[in-house]
Ligand binder design. Structure first.
Ligand code: SF4
Length: 865
């Protein structure tokens, strides 16, 4: 049994893994890990389905041809050195990832900032939480998250702002729900969308997108007027800028705030009163706050509230930024952002000199480097001529991703180190370097509550894949810095990182893990999770020169009104069971069941106005580009606002890429792009026919106007729509073999099943006007030992009809929406526990419990068929 850490989100759950065969592991939650105490969500639970070698990059390649490591390393080093020699250090850049381990991050950061002499190393965490970093530094003097998960157990009020916690951080959500059940903790959700996180909330404020500063300032003014601020704490521990309170007196009254936020004053007042009554308040915020062109101000509006009311540094009272990625926090510790130096330092001359001395660095970066969006703009403009992308997929994930692709295509030298061979970004690589994947890596990660955990290798390195830190180290040595990059193992790097955190610190920075500076290899091997900075700011001392925190005057900026050409506002986010661009979760049939297509969620009145029904195909356009989604009509959306997921790429869809749509506008302080409010419009698409394919073998070329492709048990499901005769698509998609086939001229239908060795190897169903068969029964035919009868295959259902279970809600036990609704109705269930007892749904990972709660509430999630 091996203890390690989950690959996905910033909750950082501990895992116990058992290797059960070649590339086979069983996964359970680690009962001793403080983040999850044995629980795992659906993504963590099904990690074992993702450790195969499918799609892996296993050998170095130069210009598409296999090369050995020695040649590849020398080639990369030479091209970077030549570029620096001819154009200077600012002409090269690294774009790295919150998926890297802290040790990987450390070595890449050291090479770029201390040896190449430039700070052009930024991370995809820029897209996730850099506004929180900027806000923390402005308020606290250091990027410290002053909360822990224990605070969720102790709080009397938890305010979730811009966070679909139930889907994006499920184990934290379950912890909140457990605290609520045990202690009656009040929960308020502030989010323009009514998500599953709202199901058990006491109050949901569906505010106008981008009006968070108005809301928080309104609450702060209320606190000031009603004696809720803590004058003693303010006096002793907080510096208040001149005119701060006077500015709040302007336009922050209840009525003006309600109007600015588009909320009912009574709801707003209910929130204010809850906040006033409960001193132990945790405000947990996430991408809805950070991913905004006003993100840093929004963060500081939250921090202002906690500072002014003295709700920080105390049990159950803190602002809590929760990160998206598994090691965004580790990246922050080593200075993985272009705007920070290692060990929570900035680019002040003293810090540069001290870090330079510690590293014995020949050429320290003198100033912050290019932030992600600016970095790729510089690539596109030819200012950056050599780029190394590590463990991330910017061709999909950055805003205005079409421009990013153009930049990558025009860049003279692109290196991609990744575990996956065919990412959208890897297509532009001159050199591909095979990196280890989650189950093979060894090092540390830091989660959202500052707990450092070991990630341990479960499986041997496949092919010639290497640790990311090893790849960077070898390039650094080949560039001429042999003595500074002598690491033999991850523990060597961890020790250096720990020593740097303590170097000339003298209590100036809370991040100090110097006690591990001489940890032995054996102790590193067995290191248990630990949290640094037990209760930050408990003594009222902050990391500023005078020890005081800062209130930061922030004002609500005017919001964009609807434009005639772009009448809708586009929001983007995540699905419960998928992660980023699905390079890992897309390998899991179970995780792919929850949402098999990317959907645009829209309000019923917007749907009516656009003539869109549930299940229609819809083209969503913004000034940057257009993508196609399946419509999901939902009264959880505000009128005029639409939501799409971020996960689909060109590999899995004809046009489901969301990265094309957002504007490349960024927050002026953090450089974080605003993904949450892009002017948009939509139109219903009409195709001649629609259909689907199930197939054992993944179809590579799909000749249809629309397709999305997901993994299912024993094969693939491809949703299709197209023009002309569907027979042409069927001919191209179906493998050779014995066929049963029927065409229905009246409805424009075509149904073909292909058999091989008595089993179904593929089946194609298309119609112009009629209904399509149930996907799940057809998917099950791929696993059946014997093909069903021809009549059944052509009907797309068994002779004795099975109950239609509807879309899958519980991925662990394959329980569908219709099954749950029927059980609720027939057995008159009123609790999630009763549903669990009857159907098992929600009794394993618990990720679907909010969905079951919603069904119990009598609301129906629309299903398309
Ligand atoms: S909440 Fe889920 S995805 Fe996040 S770390 Fe835990 S198990 Fe992994």
């Amino acid at each position: 049994m091996i203890r390690t850490t989950c690959a996905y989100c910033g909750v950082g759950c501990g895992i116990t893994a058992q290797v059960t065969g070649e590339r086979e592991v069983t996964i359970t939650g680690d009962p001793e890990h403080p983040a999850n105490r044995g629980k795992l969500c659906s993504k963590g639970t099904h990690l074992g389905e993702t450790v195969g070698l499918e799609g892996r990059l296993l050998h170095p390649e130069i210009d598409g041809r296999r090369a050995n490591w020695d040649k590849a390393i020398r080639h990369v080093a030479r091209r970077f050195k030549d570029t620096i020699a001819r154009h200077g250090p600012d002409s090269v850049a690294f774009y790295v990832s919150g998926q890297l381990l802290t040790e990987d991050y450390y070595v890449a950061n050291k090479l770029m900032k201390g040896f190449i002499g430039c700070a052009n190393i930024d991370t995809n965490s820029r897209l996730c939480m850099s506004s929180a970093v900027a806000g923390h530094i402005r308020a606290f003097g250091e990027d410290v998250v002053p909360a822990s998960y224990d605070d969720l157990d102790r709080a009397d009020l938890i305010v979730l702002v811009g966070s679909n916690t139930a889907w994006c951080h499920p184990i934290v959500y379950q912890r909140i729900m457990a605290a609520r059940a045990a202690r009656g903790t009040k929960v308020v959700v502030i989010d323009p969308r009514r998500t599953e996180t709202c199901e058990e909330a006491d109050l949901h404020l569906a505010l106008r997108p981008g009006s968070d500063v108005a809301l928080m300032n309104g609450l702060l003014a209320y606190c000031s007027d009603n004696g809720i601020v803590d004058p003693d704490f303010l006096e002793a521990h907080v510096a208040t800028p001149e005119g701060f309170w006077e500015a709040l007196a302007e336009g922050c009254d209840l009525w003006s705030t309600a109007a600015a936020c588009d909320l009912a004053p009574t709801d707003l007042l209910a929130f204010y009163e809850l906040f006033a009554r409960h001193e132990r308040t945790v405000t947990l915020f996430s991408q809805g706050i950070n991913q905004s062109i006003r993100g840093t101000d929004q963060v500081n509006a939250i921090l202002n509230l906690h500072l002014a009311t003295g709700r920080v540094g105390k049990p159950g009272a803190a602002p809590f930024s929760i990160t998206g990625q598994p090691n965004a926090m580790g990246g922050r510790e080593v200075g993985g952002l272009a705007t920070t130096l290692a060990a929570h330092r900035d680019f002040a001359p003293g810090n540069r000199a001290e870090v330079g001395r510690f590293w014995a660095a020949p050429r320290m970066a003198e100033k912050p480097g290019l932030k992600a969006v600016d970095l790729f703009r510089a690539v596109g403009e030819g200012r950056v001529k050599a780029l190394w992308v590590m463990a991330t997929n910017p061709a999909v994930s950055l805003p205005d991703a079409g421009r990013v692709r153009e930049a990558l295509a025009a860049c003279p030298f692109v290196v991609v180190s990744d575990c996956i061979a065919g990412t959208d970004t890897a297509r532009y690589a001159h050199v591909k370097l095979p990196a280890l994947a989650w189950g093979e890596k060894d090092g540390t990660v830091t989660n959202s509550e500052r707990t450092v955990s070991r990630q341990r290798a479960l499986l041997p390195p496949p092919g010639e894949a290497k640790p990311d830190w090893w790849i960077v180290k070898e390039v650094a040595r080949a560039m001429g810095w042999r003595d500074a990059f002598t690491y033999d193992r991850a523990a060597d790097i961890y020790r250096e990182h720990a020593r740097l955190s303590a170097y000339r610190n003298d209590g100036q920075r809370l991040f100090d893990i110097g006690a591990h500076g001489s940890i032995t290899n054996a102790r590193y091997e067995t290191m248990a999770p630990f949290r640094w900075g037990e209760t930050p700011f408990a003594d009222g001392r902050f990391s500023t020169p005078d020890g005081k925190a800062r209130l930061v005057a922030v004002a609500q900026m005017p919001l964009d009104g609807a434009l005639p050409k772009w009448p809708l506002t586009l929001n983007t986010g995540r699905y419960r069971d998928h992660w980023h661009t699905m390079t890992r979760t897309g390998l899991s049939p179970r995780l792919s069941q929850h949402r098999r297509e990317p959907m645009v969620e829209l309000h019923p009145l917007d749907a009516e106005q656009h003539g869109v029904d549930d299940g229609d195909l819809v083209r969503v356009a913004t000034p940057q580009g257009a993508s196609v989604f399946r419509a999901l009509v939902s009264d959880g959306q505000r009128r005029g606002e639409i939501f799409v997921p971020i996960h689909w790429t060109d590999r899995q869809s004809s046009a489901g890429r969301t990265g094309l749509l957002p504007r490349p506008l960024v927050d002026p302080h953090s450089g974080q792009p605003g993904f949450k409010a892009t002017p948009a419009r939509l139109e219903k698409l009409a195709h001649d026919w629609r259909g689907f394919l199930v197939a054992r073998v993944e179809p590579e070329r799909i000749p249809a106007a629309y397709f999305t492709k997901v993994r299912v048990a024993q094969g693939w499901l491809v949703e299709l729509a197209g023009e002309g005769d569907p027979a042409a698509a069927a001919k191209a998609l179906l493998p050779p073999g014995e066929r049963v086939e029927i065409a229905d001229a009246a409805r424009g239908g075509l149904r073909i099943a292909v058999l091989g060795s008595g089993r179904v190897s593929a089946a194609f169903y298309a119609t112009r006007h009629g209904r399509l068969p149930d996907r799940d029964w057809m998917i099950a035919q791929l696993s059946a030992r014997e093909a069903a009868s021809s009549v059944e295959l052509l009907a797309g259902r068994p002779a004795a009809p099975l109950p239609d279970r509807g879309p899958i809600v519980c991925a662990c036990f394959d329980v569908g929406l219709k099954t749950i609704l029927e059980a609720i109705s027939v057995q008159q269930m009123v609790t999630v526990e009763a549903v669990g007892a009857a159907l098992s749904a929600g009794t394993n990972c618990g990720s679907c419990r909010p969905a079951i709660q919603r069904l119990l509430g009598g609301r129906k999630e629309a299903a398309h068929g």
